[in-house]
Design a protein around this ligand. Sequence first.
Ligand SMILES: [Mg+2]
Length: 372
Amino acid sequence: MKIDDVQAVHLRLHEVPPLPDGTLDVLMVKVIADDGQFGIGEVTSQSYVCKAVIEAPPSAQRRHGMAHLLRGRDPLDVEGLWEYLYYETNRYGRRGAAIHALSGVDIALWDLRGKILSQPVSELLGGAQRPDVRAYSSLLFGETPEETAQLAREGLELGLTAFKFGWGPFGQDPDADVAHVKAAREVIGDDCDLMVDAGHKFDVETALQRAKLIEPYNITWFEEPLSQDDRKGYAELCKQSPIPIAAGEGDVTAWDFEDLIERGLHVVQPDVAFCGGLTVCRQVSEMCNTHGRRAVPHCFSTGINLAASLHWISTVPGGDLVEYCLRPSPLMRKLVANLPPLENGRVPVPTGPGLGIELDPAIVDEFTVRYE
Ligand SMILES: [Mg+2]
């Protein structure tokens, strides 16, 4: 069997407000075999740019578009194709948009491989260790501690047992920050997990002060307190922080995650639709296992990303946590017709072949960007 074609389908809401929300504009990747079977993947990045990475015509060596490179190749050789695409795009790739695009191709190849072999992706990745995965929700802090408390109440009503609050007013004032964290903890009680996402706001010294201030509220992790590029800062902070430090949603390739792990990061958060795909996620969780770190998927876009994240993390020892996006966008709620649901705070891992998802053709049609 050979790969016949690769399509990059740009899905975008009719209005895209300037919010930090990955559910508004995504690139869907379809890898089609010569017998008509196909796999689906997703890219959470700049969709116009990543579509060009896939569709660009042949050029000089190691500058080709990915669809050209893939036509005629064996779709079952997923890891081999990752290495091939990485090398053959390295004049413009190695990091950034090319790796984001490669993520969507890689997810689609795993989906296709599962369909060809009639096995769920989790089975191909080594076998699910649990039939469902505990969910955590990501919410923006409210404008006031009372608003944050109300958001926590709404999450409890959905059955959630793990909550992450971030961004918004957090980081402007130490007392206000503590008041928000305290308000959330009081609502959710002592049995739920509470995480804080600082949204790159601090330097090492301020981050350490904040970590000490919020430590009494039993924080499961303190996420991205520093710039994503302050690698030395993370090394310093991870040594001293009284609560675990998390990062990685902006990182790509196993090499960059290896660097974060070597610098002491406690919780490692690759996004499967961004970091290089399931092939990279598996490498990252294997490193986490070896070094005693925790891998937790960053996942805030569509049901394709959610399904891929579930397949991966269900196979990871100690990997019983996935980010579950509650945004109302139809690209999150409806694109995947059989979206894995939130049930008693957990999400079932799809069991069908490949990713085990079905797309709603009406949603694909409604939100596809027509370039011509
Ligand atoms: Mg984050």
